[in-house]
Design a protein. Sequence first.
Length: 181
Amino acid sequence: MNEFQLTKMDGELYADSREVAEKIERPHYELLKSIRKYCEFLTEGNFPVSEYFVPAEYEDSTGRKLPCNLITKKGCDMIANKLTGRKGALFTAAYVSAFEKMREQLSTQNSLQRFPAKSTSAGEVSSLIKNVRIVMERQDSHPRKIAKQTELLLMHFGIPVIEDFVEPAPWEQMELELAEA
């Protein structure tokens, strides 16, 4: 239940109703029936339905086009508020984590793209990295954090870095070694 796939469309994040039905251990057709009812209530209350649910289609294994819904975070909140107990708690934790993780990733991408690098010399990049490192060291930042920031700066300026530029934490390394054994 921990993993949750989201789709980004027109700048908005959505969960697929088929996956939501699976997560809450409910048949998809029943969830669609509930969503139709929620949409009626939203329309009656003059709430924009598209802020919660967006009708969509998918093709099944036989080639038939069947209905589904793209569900926003607000829509997931609405569904979660109708659930109780273990299923409700697990579903809420999964979708909240997934939406938060995706928003963080998009925020990081957007912040890096927001300030495109002008033509910069290697010396200027080196000086920037040195100054950032000094500031972080004065704040007693962990060396791994300093390395991660250096990696981000290098990537921002289009300078390739090796795959393991930032060494994994010791506990991550132990997990890797256990998995390989």
